[in-house]
Ligand binder design. Sequence first.
Ligand SMILES: [Zn+2]
Length: 126
Amino acid sequence: MFELKANLFFGGSTAELIRQAVQAYKDRVKEEDCPHCGRKMKIDFFEEVIYTNVGDQRVEILVTNIPKHVCHPCERMVENLKLMVAIEEEVDRVIRACLKNREPFPKQIDFLDLIGMGKADLVPTQ
Ligand SMILES: [Zn+2]
């Protein structure tokens, strides 16, 4: 379903969808308040293991530098589900490309490399 939409609107580029999700996320960052205490949230970078199945083989890929909203005073984190779905789709795409080209799967993917952005692009200067 997701890839269908990507094909429809972006010529099959899920990377473009990710960039759009990131842009929307960036635009929202400044006015994002913690749902718990109401204070402004910050962006920190996290890593997550994405699991996917290739035939009956389970593949794990560590995705690093995933931006998330965090409230430091109360240590709450807000997940960006749209972004996570886009990342999973992109990991799937990378794996399919590896299969096609008979290349080994990457153990690790840097999210910032994936979208061609740096940390400074995501974290607004105060
Ligand atoms: Zn809070």
